[in-house]
Each structure stands twice: as structure tokens, then as C-alpha cells.
Design a protein around this ligand. Structure first.
Ligand code: GLU
Length: 286
């Protein structure tokens, strides 16, 4: 895909990375080289003058590894205990790595409640704004690192996946670009693992039902939670909120600067700016 300078002038960018992209598949341990590179890429966007926000999964996966569980836990309290351990460990790693580039990582944990209650939603929005202001004001910037507050969120109050969460964050902060780093190159016309004829959709001008039919395949990962269907629902929230969204493969996080420089492999969903879209109503009915 070649969009020339289209992304170069973006001011506020949200990047989402999934659990499976942060781990070594063979061992389940954190892929430190990759996390390091991700942090470097984000700091470089900062250096280009953009407001940057990272939505990172991995709390449960990192915690499960830390406490020595072989498989992804099924019951909610084990998941929550893993998240408690893993989130702290994940943030420690991010803080250390961002510090290498003179940046400070700040943690924001959200639940669906945060969005549905007017006061907490306003508070979250203010916190993001203030962090971005600090990012711009001082050389030692503050980069928000967001995750779902897995340790307290119950089923009803769960976003469930960080694809949706990152689109909500993009909407809440008025971001103009959301990048979803996935374990697949983007949206395909069919499941590329089963159908060799499947081709990558490079640009979706407007979401409609025929794209939903294409999204029937899932990631097949046992680490994270989002499949293509959740990515399309994220695209609905993001584009309706006026945010362009890109799905690209997070295998090499260097794809971030390829996206910004306009030549990359992935799917672009173009912003629609739907005045009638109400994020609260959308979440209430979900
Ligand atoms: N919030 C979950 C975690 O950090 C991940 C959700 C997801 O994979 O989308 O483990």
C-alpha cells in the first residue's frame, strides 16, 4: 500500500500491540528485543512531534508465565491473579525501556465502567490530555500505556479485548490514527491459512456487511483474545470517531515507521467522522 505523505502529518497516534506479539511463541517469555524495538519506534514518533499512546496487552500472558502456568487460565479469578502479577511486570519493563530514551511510561487501566460513567470518563479524558500536554512540554515526556483493568473487571464490565479498548482510547482522545499490530497482515478476502486465493484488502473506504463476512477467520492464537471480527468492530468505532485505522503485522514492529512514511503492507480503514455516532450508546448496547 502506498499512501505517500498521508500519515506523515498525523498529530496523535494510538498503537495497539497484542499479547502474542510480545512473547516468544516457543517459551511464552517476553520478547525483550521486540519490546525494545517497539519502544524505540514510539519514542521516534514522539521525536517527530506526535502525541503517542500505547495500548498493550500482555498482563495475563506475562503473569501466567511468571507464576508458571502452562496454558491460558480459563477461570476468572486465576486470570485476574495472573493479570495482577503480569501488569506490574509489564509496566516495569516498559518503564525501564522508555527511560532509555528519556521518556516516562505512565499506566492507565480502564474498564467499561470508566467509559459508561460520565465522571470517570471525563477523568480518564483529562488524564490523557494532561499526559499528552506533559509529553509536549517537557523533554522527559510521559507516554500513556493503557490496558484493561483485568484484576477488577467482571464479565459485564469487560471490554473483552484490547482491539475494542484501543479504538475507544482513540475515540476518547480524538486520535487521528490507530495502528493495530496483529499476527496477521490485515483483512483478507478469505482465511489465508485455508484459501491460497485469499488476497489482502488494502483499503476499506467505508465499512459494510461484506467486510464482516471476510472477517470470519480468527487469529488462532491461544495467547490473546482478538480475532478479525473484533478488529472490524474496532474499525467501526475508530472510523466513526474520525480516526483512520491500520491493521498490520506486528511480527516486525519496524512496520510502524513504514506506516507513517506511507509504504507498508496492511489494511487501511478510512475515517468517516460520523456525527451521529455516540460511543456511550454503542458501549451500552454491546
Ligand atoms: N487485557 C488482556 C491482557 O493484558 C488482554 C486482552 C487482549 O488480548 O486483547 O492480558
Amino acid at each position: 500500500m502506498n499512501v505517500n505523505d498521508y500519515f506523515k502529518y498525523k498529530k496523535r497516534v494510538v498503537v495497539k500491540i497484542g499479547s502474542s506479539s510480545l512473547q516468544h511463541p516457543q517459551t511464552g517469555s517476553m520478547n525483550l528485543m521486540k519490546i525494545e524495538k517497539l519502544v524505540r519506534e514510539l519514542c521516534d514518533l514522539r521525536n517527530q512531534g506526535m502525541d503517542v499512546c500505547l495500548v498493550s496487552s500482555g498482563a495475563i500472558a506475562v503473569g501466567r508465565q511468571a507464576v508458571g502456568l502452562q496454558n491460558r487460565p480459563e477461570d476468572i479469578s486465576t486470570k485476574q491473579a495472573c493479570a495482577a502479577v503480569g501488569q506490574a511486570r509489564l509496566m516495569m519493563t516498559y518503564q525501564r525501556m522508555f527511560a532509555e530514551y528519556n521518556q516516562t511510561a505512565g499506566q492507565i487501566l480502564m474498564t467499561k465502567d470508566t467509559m459508561l460513567e460520565e465522571e470517570s470518563c471525563q477523568n480518564a479524558q483529562n488524564t490523557f490530555e494532561e499526559m499528552f500536554r506533559l509529553e509536549r512540554l517537557i523533554s522527559q515526556g510521559v507516554i500513556p500505556v493503557v490496558n484493561e483493568n483485568d484484576t477488577v473487571s467482571t464479565y459485564e464490565m469487560h471490554f473483552g479485548d484490547n482491539d475494542t479498548l484501543s479504538a475507544i482510547v482513540a475515540s476518547l482522545t480524538g486520535a487521528d490514527l490507530l495502528i493495530l499490530l496483529s499476527d496477521i497482515d490485515g483483512l483478507y478476502t478469505d482465511d489465508p491459512r485455508k484459501n491460497p486465493e485469499a488476497t489482502l484488502v488494502e483499503c476499506v473506504e467505508k465499512m459494510d456487511a461484506h467486510y464482516d463476512a471476510m472477517a470470519k477467520q480468527s487469529t488462532g492464537s491461544d495467547v490473546g483474545t482478538g480475532g478479525m471480527a473484533t478488529k472490524l468492530s474496532a474499525a467501526r468505532i475508530a472510523t466513526a470517531s474520525g480516526t483512520d485505522m491500520v491493521i498490520a503485522n506486528g511480527k516486525d514492529v519496524g512496520i510502524i515507521h513504514q506506516i507513517i512514511s506511507g509504504t507498508f503492507r496492511g489494511t487501511l480503514f478510512r475515517a468517516q467522522n460520523d456525527e451521529t455516532f455516540d460511543i456511550h450508546a454503542y458501549l451500552q448496547n454491546r
